[in-house]
Structures are given as structure tokens and as C-alpha cells.
Design a protein around this ligand. Sequence first.
Ligand code: FAD
Length: 392
Amino acid sequence: MIEIQNRGDCSGCAACAAACPRQAIEMNADQEGFLYPVINSAKCIDCGICDNMCQAKNMIKRKREPLAYACWNKNDSVRMCSSSGGVFYVLAEFIIAHGGVVFGAAFDEELMVRHVAVDSMDQVYRLQGSKYVQSIIGRTYIEAKKLLDEGRYVLFTGTPCQIDGLLHYLCHDYELLYTQDIICHGVPSPIVWKRYLNYQEQQYKKPLVREPLPSFRRKEEGWKRYSISLSFDKDIEYRKYHKEDCYMQAFLKNLSLRPSCYECHSKTKIRNSDITLADFWGIEHMLPEMFDNKGTSLVLTNSEKGKHLFELLKSRLHWREVDFEEAVSHNTPAFQSVARPKKREAFYDRLGTMPFDRLVKRAILPPIYKRIYWKIRHVVGLILRKGKMIKS
Ligand SMILES: Cc1cc2nc3c(=O)[nH]c(=O)nc-3n(C[C@H](O)[C@H](O)[C@H](O)COP(=O)(O)OP(=O)(O)OC[C@H]3O[C@@H](n4cnc5c(N)ncnc54)[C@H](O)[C@@H]3O)c2cc1C
């Protein structure tokens, strides 16, 4: 029977819940809002299947050297609606054209993020764009298996731990299954996202609306200077440069991440997915002709299947092959977990007790004594420099 002693060991992939033959495992939110398995001991028959599903205990590793590419989608409007170069869209197009189903993260009615399945191109927009919130897997592993057993193509996309979860659940490879993960910084809790949305509604004194959907990666001012946007009633829009928005600050300063993100088991250079997608940070230095600030994807093909799929789709992309080691050297989250900030626990303890922007500011600003010391040093420096100028 699965037992979580260290919260950092559980990525919340939910493979254990999906595989339990007695439906004895529920994924319940803890006080931070992250889902963990909870066993109903009245239903549990102690078969041990859940333990076998757990990626923290059972690693599956395929040993292949990935090939790396800098790419973007030749269709500019698709690219502008995508976080990096719009490569996900091309993968989805291929699967749907073959009568398959694509799984990925979408906003639900309450603007929470959960995994859904789509089988027509007019629904793919729901999965496009990075959503910086942990997506709820729900029953999607079970649905994917059913479709594969029926002989349909499936593209399952998600974080590396979600792909590992699916592969554990399926137990064996399916010819018609393609998996695509991302280089993942880490995932914030759905409760943090909810509190942020409530805070924004209070600021604007208006309800949020679903059309247009929130975006974490607006590129009007360029891929590197991306913004977050939300839409309120009466066509009012909030849009802010990512470094100035309090939700994005909490995410990028690692305050709001799941405990397992600080000790991620799935973060390795050699992935279990067929294809890995990421932002190609550093491309302007590495290959300037592949940088136009509209978004360049880093594509890693990790398996023969991934390589074959990429070969089939190359003609729809503008691409260059690059050196794998050099490409990932600009993207440390590819192979290294982020550091756990000292103030993370205080951030979660105080969540909901003060306005969201103040909470984040408090957690990311250095302590008051340091700020006073720096201020004094700055003023003394100014006085000394002025004194020198007067003397000379
Ligand atoms: C939480 C998170 C952290 C990331 N961290 C990094 C990073 O540190 N470095 C980096 O280079 N790239 C990171 N990325 C990946 C990057 O932002 C792009 O998603 C990736 O380059 C694909 O871009 P695209 O233009 O091809 O497709 P897009 O259309 O932008 O991406 C769509 C794909 O992203 C998936 N997706 C979106 N939100 C989620 C979610 N919450 N959970 C699981 N899957 C999701 C969809 O299912 C779909 O497969 C991260 C993405 C997410 C969601």
C-alpha cells in the first residue's frame, strides 16, 4: 500500500489512483492545494499495484542520446498563440489527421487547469500555451489506455512526471502512442492560482471571463519580454510584463512550486518521452539566424519514434539541428531541480491571510536589515564620491 513519508517524493502524477483495481485511492488536496493519494483502507486489498506504479520507487529509463533542434512553426499566427515556437501544434495536427486523440492541459469552466482530450483541430487551441499551474490529470491515463486498446493514435503531452506516470500506468509501450513532455521549471499549486485570480477580481471589482482565455505568454512585446494577461467583464484586460506580475514572480522565484519540484525524479537529460519541447533560451547567442523574438522552440527527440515523427513533420517547421549539450546548457531546468527558497513555507502559511501582491513582495524582498544596510551603503558611497569631486 502506497505510503508517502516525504511529500517531496510524490509528484501527484496519479498513476497509483488510476491503476488501483478497487478504486481505493483518491487524489485529495493538502493544505497547500497539491493533490496526493489518499487510501480508503476499507476498500484496499493490499495488492501492491499502487507501489509498482510509483515513479519515486520504480524508475523507467530509456538510454538514448537525444537529437536537438531549434525550430519554429512556419505558420506565424499559430506561433504567436504558442509559448515558444508552436511545435506542439504540429504534433497535434499529425495525430488528429490520423484519427487520433491529443491529451494536454486546458482551462476548465472555473479557469482551473486540468488535462483533457481533444480530437478535432478546432479544439487544439485549448491546449496551446503554457499554463503555469499543476494540471489535474483526473482519469486521462485511463481514457488514453482505452483509446490505445481500441487502436487509435494518442499523443499524450504534459510535464515529465506526468509522462512518467502514464508510462508506469500503461506498463508496456504502444505503437500508436506518442508522448511529448516539456522542460519544466516546476508547477505551482492550483490554490495559489485561485488566490491570485480572486485577488485580481478584487482589484478590478469585476468578474473574470473565459473569453479570451488567460495567457501566461503574450508575445506582443516579443517572446523574451512576454506578459501575462487576464480578461474581465466588459472587455477589460489586465496585462503585465512577467517580471512585474506577482503570480509570475512567485513562480519564477520558486516560491509556489510543489515540494517534489525541488527534488524532481523526472528531470534528467535523457527523457522517457518521445519528444521534449522547451523554449530555446540562449538561441540569439548560439544561432542568431534562428532568433527573431517571436519564439524559438528547443526540440529534443528522445526515442526512435520521436525521431521518426520529427522527420515526418520537419517540412512544416523552420529548423536547424544543434548540439544537444550546448542547447541544454542555456536551460538548467532541463536537468536540475530548482532550489527551495527559505521563505517558501512562510509563503504558503500566509496564503489567504493578506493581499496576494503583498504576500509575494514580502517573500521575495530581502530582509529589512539588509535593505537598510544597502541603503546606507549607497548613501555613504554617494557622499564620498561627491566629496572627492569637490576636492578635485
Ligand atoms: C509548468 C511549465 C513549466 C515550464 N518550464 C519551462 C522551463 O523551465 N524551460 C523551458 O525552456 N520551457 C519550459 N516550459 C515549456 C515551454 O513554456 C513551452 O510549453 C514549450 O516550449 C512548448 O511550446 P510550444 O510553443 O511548442 O507549444 P505551446 O502551445 O506553447 O504548449 C502547449 C503544450 O504545453 C502543455 N502544457 C501547458 N500547460 C501545461 C501544464 N500546466 N502542465 C502540463 N503541460 C502543460 C500542453 O499540454 C501542450 O502540450 C514550461 C511549461 C510549463 C507548462
